[in-house]
Design a protein around this ligand. Structure first.
Ligand code: GLN
Length: 450
């Protein structure tokens, strides 16, 4: 049924980069056989899923939305892919994304834009916009994404679904094509909080293939989603996430959610996190710095595209030609910014300073979580904006992640859940918890999603 739905609507939505009916049906049959043979399968066995094209898949191509990886067939599965296969989920295909996960609209994909199912002239969010659109358009019941600065929560918010950024190190980065390694976090998309928790639980947990993976039990997210009660819980409203730049309808839905929480017995207080105002500039130094280092591996020798290798050119010339043709403008911008920020003479002033700001933001969270159990804010300042509106204005595009970036810098857990519509478009509520407090965001999310 989902393959038929994809065939019917994906020509308009373009959530998928790769769909292969035969491979998917063969996987589904194999699961029936495992079940018939008496294998004890998990609660999601047989459920179809779409993977962001940043997770390696041994039976499907993986491009990270980039021309430089066109046609690449990974020889191995990412840990997230492998664990979900083992749990019996069936892969429908690979979803579109901003190139190397850099962006907030999926317009930076080398393979064309994805459209928001609520309004085909608007963005589905990014960078995991294919995954959010696929779930919102009922092409898939579940999907995966990665969140480096908001790339799961922001697309979830603007397409009216649930998206979680787990605690950093709570989900494995092994086999996830790297953007900014100290921030990249795989996570789930679903149409409700309990489904997201089931998916979260199915792929999370320690992985010895990822050196930053946390060797601790997965927080009880499914139990928390089932509990869905906030009576007596202390909820902090981040004072700094309000005011100019917030669409009035977004603020209204947020205020209503605060009232709902109070009516359910939560104690809501205002909390100040003064250094959050510096999160965006710190992120846009740290993330490009890490990307400039990570993307050095695309050297025209090891993977995918190779341009100008006609026997007359040096390796350096082939490398330069390949990178010039294989990378899009946003990726080049980030590599240049990052290389500059890391260069001797500027390192202390830019990268070093940004890392200090990162510590201050972490401390703001620590101070806040001494007073409250969770923090809340709108997920994004505005609803889905029109395609093309911010495509030529990187600064305007970066503002989409104003509220989501602090949790990435601190490595904390956060979720976006639907909290109503503004001018006919979905609004997201963000719930933030400390590292390893993932269960709290599900507990509160399940109580207020609507
Ligand atoms: N939009 C942010 C960026 O462009 C975040 C992306 C992400 O989380 N992968 O870097």
């Amino acid at each position: 049924a989902h393959l038929d739905r994809i065939a019917a609507v994906d020509g308009r939505v373009h959530a998928f980069l790769h769909v292969d009916r035969e491979t998917t049906l063969a996987q589904a049959r194999a699961i029936d056989e495992r079940r018939a043979a008496g294998e004890e399968l998990g609660p999601l066995a047989g459920v179809p899923i779409a993977h962001k094209d940043v997770f390696t898949t041994r039976d499907m191509p993986t491009t990270a939305g980039s021309k430089i990886l066109e046609g690449w067939r990974p020889p191995y599965d990412a840990t997230v892919t492998a664990r979900l296969r083992e749990a019996g989920l069936v892969i429908l295909g690979k979803t579109n994304m901003d190139e190397f996960a850099m962006g907030s609209s999926t317009e930076n994909s080398a393979y064309g834009v994805t459209r928001n199912p609520w309004d085909l002239e608007r963005i589905p969010g990014g960078s995991s916009g294919g995954s959010s659109a696929a779930v919102a358009a009922y092409e898939a019941p579940l999907s995966t994404g990665t969140d480096t600065g908001g790339s799961i929560r922001q697309p979830a918010a603007v397409t009216g679904i649930v998206g979680t950024k787990p605690t950093y190190g709570g989900s494995s980065r092994y086999g996830v094509i790297a953007f900014a390694s100290s921030l990249d976090t795989p996570g789930p998309f679903a149409r409700n909080v309990l489904d997201a928790a089931l998916l979260h639980e199915a792929f999370s947990g320690h992985d010895r293939m990822d050196s930053t993976s946390i060797d601790r039990p997965v927080p009880p997210v499914v139990e928390a989603a089932r509990r869905a009660d906030v009576n007596g819980l202390r909820v902090g409203v981040v004072k700094e996430f309000a005011g100019d730049g917030y669409q009035p309808g977004v603020t209204d839905r947020f205020t209503e959610t605060v009232e709902l929480l109070e009516s359910l017995g939560a104690k809501v207080v205002e909390v100040s996190c003064p250094n959050f105002s510096y999160a965006l500039p710190a992120y846009y130094l740290i993330a490009p710095s890490e990307c400039s280092s990570n993307l050095a591996r695309f050297d025209a020798m090891r993977y995918g595209l190779r341009v100008g290798d006609d026997g007359t050119r040096s390796a350096e010339e082939v490398m330069a030609l390949t990178r010039a043709e294989g990378f899009g403008p946003e990726v080049k911008r980030r590599i240049m910014l990052g290389t500059y920020a890391l260069s001797s003479g500027y390192y202390d002033a830019y990268y070093g300073k940004a890392q200090q700001v990162r510590t201050l933001i972490k401390r703001d969270f620590e101070a806040a979580f001494e007073q409250v159990d969770v923090l809340i804010s709108p997920t994004t300042p505005t609803t889905a904006f029109p395609l093309g509106e911010r495509a030529d204005d990187p600064m305007a595009m970066y503002l989409a992640d104003l509220c989501t970036i602090p949790s990435n810098l601190a490595g904390n857990a956060a979720v976006s859940v639907p909290c109503g519509l503004a001018d006919g478009l979905p609004v997201g509520l963000q719930i933030m918890a400390p590292a390893l407090g993932d269960d709290r965001v599900y507990r509160v999310g399940a109580a207020v999603e609507r």
